[in-house]
Write a protein of this length. Sequence first.
Length: 291
Amino acid sequence: MGRIGIAALSALLLGANLSPAQAAEHYTGPIIDTHAHLRTNDGNGLSASHPIGTAELRALDQAAGVQQSALIVIARQGDMAATRALNDAAIAAAKADPQHFYVIASVHPADGDAALAELDRLAKLGVKVIKLHPNTQRFDVADPAVAKVTAKCGELGMAVLFDSFNPLDANELGKLLMLSLRQPKTNFIFAHMGFTQFRDVLTLSTLRKLGMGGNVWLDISAIGTAYAGSPVQPELVWTLRQHGVDHVLMGSDWPVDTPATAIAAVRALGLTADEERLVLHDNAAKLLGLN
Ligand SMILES: [Zn+2]
């Protein structure tokens, strides 16, 4: 086939199949990053290279089109004064830029009634999301103390951002699924969507046919950047659609990824522009009562 033949054939294929305009169609409006970590002055953060404060993240958000961002802290066990101080530091950081940042505070389930009292205090201060991280905080998701914390969050109208991947506990995602089914009044956000175990999330889409599991949101931080462009990408997208793209949230997991990297991964998944709008903005706005 000569050159003209190839050109004519490719024009035909492009016209009939995927036009450049269609391929480039993306949601371009404001974005909410539902998973970004704060490193406070006392050093509570993800790593030694995690910048202290919000200035660096704010600049990255500006460049990436992120209009609002979470500021996550993670509580340690056994020192409620430190937990309160950590949460207050996060609240103060968000209050310094309230149009842009919102707080994801934390308690440690093993702190029992004191942790529940801290949830009361945080709810009164307007906190809407609580972070729990079984691996970092070293607790078992099946511990009854965890169920007390998540039930209390539901009573107070606070969602729980729950890390859902633990290389040390192969049953963790199953425990989390059961907890979310037992507590339909609590909104659970599965951070990283189970990561390499994401296939198990499909259990939820089956249960959603029976009216269950609508209280589970999937935060695709880390997993989006891990699998975008990979051989697994079609299955990841298929699983998101089975669960419901109206229950999927974008997160950067800053400083693990930058907001720009995480957003580029979402845009590389091959979602429609309407699906991107849900994932990058509308679902978070609805769940968290943000603009
Ligand atoms: Zn994280």
